[in-house]
Write a protein that binds this ligand. Structure first.
Ligand code: 5GP
Length: 199
């Protein structure tokens, strides 16, 4: 069993927008209750089905700016369609104080910043099987205007070139298979972190 460690594990799931990382994370959280999602703050609109405090803390741009100025974010991003999202340091502290492992869902630049600054981080890049499939999934979700979908697709092209920079890359070709692969990676990393912390 993983003991409380000098270098606690932090799991970051990143990847192309629309690759389905949210679905994989939901399965991961159910199957590994020792993990807990770090709820980011965002200035974007709440989508149907989302709950404030569950997917995100939905806050105003003014409040977001105050948090930036106060240094409350571990990292944050200004997304090309105008929204700002960031990881609150307090979320990581809260989750670790409960003896849980923080799970972060980040776009690639934020994931790289966390990978460079936090010891004990493991990063997993989730990709769609093909770019056509990614486009289909983004359009199916269709909560964004078509303009925003195009911006997300352009971003996804750039994000795919960053794939090799992360610790692991998995393809979400089949949700159950990809979830099993992700769970396997996190279990192995937890075991390693636990054994390294033992005297
Ligand atoms: P969405 O608006 O579709 O929920 O998320 C858009 C992108 O922002 C996703 O790739 C998601 O992983 C990323 N994201 C969500 N929260 C954060 C955050 O706190 N920091 C960073 N860097 N990216 C985030």
């Amino acid at each position: 069993m993983a003991s409380s460690t000098a270098k606690p594990l932090v799991v970051v799931v990143t990847g192309t927008s629309g690759a389905g990382k949210g679905t994989l994370e939901k399965i991961l959280l159910v199957r590994m209750p020792e993990l807990e999602l770090a709820v980011s703050a965002t200035t974007r609109e709440l989508r149907p089905g989302e709950v404030n405090g569950r997917e995100y803390w939905f806050i105003t741009p003014e409040k977001f700016e105050r948090l930036v100025e106060d240094g409350d974010f571990l990292e944050y991003v200004d997304l090309p369609w105008g929204a700002r999202s960031g990881t609150l340091r307090s979320e990581i502290d809260r989750i670790q104080a409960r003896g849980h492992v923080p799970l972060l869902d980040l776009e690639t630049d934020g994931a790289l910043r966390v990978q460079e600054t936090i010891p004990g981080v493991v990063t997993v890049f989730v990709d769609a099987p093909t770019f056509e499939e990614l486009e289909r999934r983004l359009r199916e979700r269709a909560t964004e205007s078509s303009g925003e979908i195009q911006v997300r697709l352009d971003l996804a092209h750039r994000q795919q070139t960053q794939k090799g920079l992360f610790n692991y890359a998995i393809v979400n070709d089949d949700v159950e298979r990809a979830a099993a692969e992700l769970i396997g990676i996190v279990r192995r990393e937890l075991q390693t972190a636990g054994s390294m912390s033992r005297p």
